[in-house]
Design a protein around this ligand. Structure first.
Ligand code: ADP
Ligand code: MG
Ligand code: MG
Length: 203
């Protein structure tokens, strides 16, 4: 199996399916420590992505697909997560370049996505944001020996990173207004990042 354009499409459609399935759960997390719209925001964005994917040239490269995801999320999601995920997919697209498969560039693609989120949102590790899922995922992927195991390792590390946001006080985003009241709640963006990376491993 190779991480070609068909795989990239399968991944993104799986993300759209799972966000639709888990929309209420993501929103519930955001209701606890934010404004209760994270599931709706991402569902709006990935539903639009799904519709536009059908119109994309059948010969589109993985990088072109990632770029479509980026521009669609930027124009439809809003909130904090729209520009953050939009930047992530845009940087990922640039890292993918014209490659026919992501097999040899996977770690660069994941790292570029994480770096884009950090450049845009200025969050550090432990700030209780999606960075706390992305950063361990990139490290785990970098330590793997092939693309298949890198995806599995990234997904598992992102899930652990999301769970590890629960005891933290937030220093970025809306949850930072809550101070210690954010303790005991999982960051919604870290959970959606884990969902996105688990879908990549399952695609
Ligand atoms: P909003 O907070 O504008 O309603 P969302 O609810 O869609 O947007 O997304 C909230 C998520 O965005 C948070 O759970 C967090 O993971 C992420 N986030 C917010 N601010 C930042 C930031 N500066 N850096 C990284 N991630 C952030
Ligand atoms: Mg919100
Ligand atoms: Mg909002």
């Amino acid at each position: 199996m190779s991480l070609d354009a068909d795989w990239t499409r399968r991944w993104i459609v799986l993300v759209a399916d799972r966000i639709a399935e888990r929309k209420a759960e993501l929103t519930h997390l955001d209701r606890d420590i934010g404004d209760g719209d994270h599931g709706e925001n991402l569902d709006r964005g990935f539903s639009a992505v799904r519709a536009r994917l059908d119109d994309l040239d059948a010969a589109a490269t993985p990088g072109a697909i990632l770029k479509l995801v980026a521009t669609t999320l930027i124009s439809t999601v809003g909130g904090a997560s729209g520009p953050l995920y939009g930047t992530a997919f845009l940087r990922a697209s640039t890292a993918a370049g014209d490659a026919e498969t992501l097999d040899d560039v996977l770690v660069d693609v994941l790292r570029a996505a994480r770096d884009g989120i950090v450049a845009r949102g200025k969050a550090e590790a432990g700030d209780k944001t999606m960075v706390d899922a992305w950063s361990p995922a990139v490290e785990a992927a970098a330590a793997a020996t092939d693309a298949r195991s890198a995806l599995e390792a990234a997904a598992t590390a992102a899930e652990a990173g999301a769970a590890a946001t629960e005891p933290l006080v937030a220093r970025k985003g809306r949850a930072s207004y809550l101070g210690e009241r954010a303790i005991g709640h999982r960051d919604p963006g870290s959970e959606s990042t884990a969902l996105i990376l688990r879908a990549a491993a399952d695609a």
